[in-house]
Design a protein around this ligand. Structure first.
Ligand SMILES: Nc1nc2c(ncn2[C@@H]2O[C@H](COP(=O)(O)OP(=O)(O)OP(=O)(O)O)[C@@H](O)[C@H]2O)c(=O)[nH]1
Ligand SMILES: [Mg+2]
Ligand SMILES: [Zn+2]
Length: 346
């Protein structure tokens, strides 16, 4: 498959030339799937399995510097080896990151070099505006274009009201309603996936992400499973992120449903999303006003006068708390990393 059909272009070619110099034993490849540090890569000559070079592994200060699905990498393959070795990751054009699940303070790149991030939410029991807001922050920060897909309209009584709530939250972002199971509205997704363009499907388990891919392809290539009877939750059917090539030339990343979506650096996206509050802040009496009851606070005044919704301010303040805690943990981790490094230096 020619590299262009995998999303390769002049800018990536330039980055590759800068990384590989005059070496002749390396080639560009795109990460299709990762499993236990073994990568399946797509090249212009077919697929290839690869591992990381020790150098790449040990130089990485964060997990986010290692290849993720969608990444373009520099891979070395010798005729005497049955596997390739990834020597470098090319700079990402976009990346959807979250904080790693569990107790670790590190960034996890969920998908790289994505043009369109599809945030998929069910109109049924999955429907949750606060969660959608968090997805949107991470998607805005990713550098890709967010698009909201609402599925399972057949299982919701008040579709119109729910869609209206989503539109109010989404501002000028596109919102589409579709029914993957019944093959309705899939062309709205296909429209974003011209040849060489990459999309990624993100959302809870059971919302129909893999079903969308099956409908785009016209064949059941991805495993899907009915949600649990009792509580309508998904069964975590997809277990690995994977870049899938579509017959019409587009590419799409299927991802496992996320159980938790902890924020990573989304300060810029918060500023953009809450630009109304940010615009009021300079009129507060104190330049470092936190809008939590300080005297002559322009933001509180706007709420009192009905110019700003109080639940909007509430979610803004909650996000500020969460981001402050994240910054504190990042600083703590940076300090520990530095100590470890200086101890190693002796
Ligand atoms: N009623 C209804 N069911 C749907 C719709 N879209 C998908 N489903 C069903 O929802 C179930 C879960 O779909 P999947 O595609 O496996 O969901 P997923 O998002 O890939 O889930 P994970 O892989 O676990 O993250 C399947 O039984 C689908 O047939 C829809 O619009 N309406
Ligand atoms: Mg799936
Ligand atoms: Zn204030």
């Amino acid at each position: 498959m020619p590299l262009a059909e995998l999303g390769w272009d002049a800018a990536f070619a330039q980055a590759f030339a800068a990384q590989s110099g005059a070496r002749e034993d390396v080639q560009p490849a795109r990460v299709v799937i990762e499993f236990n540090h073994i990568y399946r890569l797509a090249t212009d000559a077919g697929e290839l399995e690869a591992t990381l070079t020790g150098r790449l592994k040990h130089r990485a200060a964060s997990r986010s510097e290692l290849p993720a699905v969608g990444d373009w990498v520099v891979v070395r393959k010798r005729e005497t080896e049955d596997r390739g070795a990834i020597v470098a990751v090319l700079p990402r054009r976009s990346r959807f990151s979250r904080r790693m699940a569990g107790n670790v303070t590190d960034e996890q790149v969920v998908a790289a070099n994505v043009d369109t991030t599809f945030i998929v939410m069910g109109l049924d029991a999955d429907f949750n505006l606060r969660r959608l807001e968090r997805y949107l922050l991470l998607a805005r920060e990713s550098g890709s274009a967010p698009v909201i897909l609402l599925t399972k309209p057949d299982l919701a009584a008040d579709v119109a009201a729910r869609v209206a709530d989503v539109r109010a939250l989404a501002g000028d972002l596109p919102v589409h309603v579709l029914s993957p199971k019944f093959n309705q509205g899939i062309e709205q997704v296909a429209a974003y996936l011209a040849p060489g363009r990459t999309g990624a499907l993100l959302g809870s388990s059971g919302v129909g992400k893999s079903t969308i891919i099956n409908r785009l392809i016209g064949e059941d290539v991805r495993k899907t499973r009915a949600v649990r009877e009792a509580d309508q939750r998904g069964r975590h059917t997809t277990t690995n992120r994977e870049l899938v090539t579509l017959p019409n030339g587009g590419l799409i990343i299927d991802t496992p449903g996320m159980r938790e979506l902890q924020l990573w650096d989304v300060n810029e996206a918060v500023r953009e999303t809450f630009d109304d509050i940010e615009a009021l802040a300079p009129e507060c009496r104190f330049t470092d006003c936190r809008h939590r009851g300080e005297p002559r606070c322009a933001v509180k005044a706007a709420v009192a006068e009905g110019r700003l919704a109080s639940d909007r301010l509430e979610s803004y303040l909650k996000l500020q708390d969460e981001l402050a805690e994240l910054t504190r943990q990042q600083e703590e981790k940076a300090m520990l990393d530095e100590k470890r490094r200086s101890r190693r230096r002796g």
